[in-house]
Design a protein around this ligand. Sequence first.
Ligand SMILES: [Zn+2]
Length: 194
Amino acid sequence: MRKVTDVDLLAALKRTGALQEGHFKLSSGLHSSRYVQCAKLLEDPSLAKAVGRALADRLRSFEPESVLSPALGGVVIGYATAAALEVPFRFCERRDSVMLLRRGFELEPSERVVVVEDVVTTGGSAREAGQVAGTAGAVVAAYGAVIDRSSGSAAFEAPFVSLLEIEAYAFEPVDCPRCAAGEALAAPGSRFTN
Ligand SMILES: [Zn+2]
């Protein structure tokens, strides 16, 4: 079986265009020299499977009985991780901005759940998923993500593991070094070379 190491993962992120270097405007309005779109990595099912297996290896010691992910970002990796752990997979989703368990999904009281997300920046969606599990009476054993962009700032009430930490490098436009250098904004999704 192919093992996804941090080095492999970084190479795969670059190869698939999931991680691009350049001058990007994030949805927050901040500028960044890095653009991350994990869905581009996971569009290859065999890669999604391998990454899910790697994340499962990091989460197994927490003895999860199921995986819960916030939709949409966490769904593909959550499923792949649950498949590797051989436990049920469920997702929660927003309705009128409130994160809910729908579609008949139910958690057992005291069920040990791991919350799996693709990219954690503030950790907001993952925390909300954890609250959904807590409200259902389940126990959040751990949080897991493919990429941690929080620079250590995401706080969770349970252990948090990730496969790769990537510095956010986000700046207000007035503080952006690439703006200062007169570099035009790049469109995310455009291919880069290095
Ligand atoms: Zn800029």
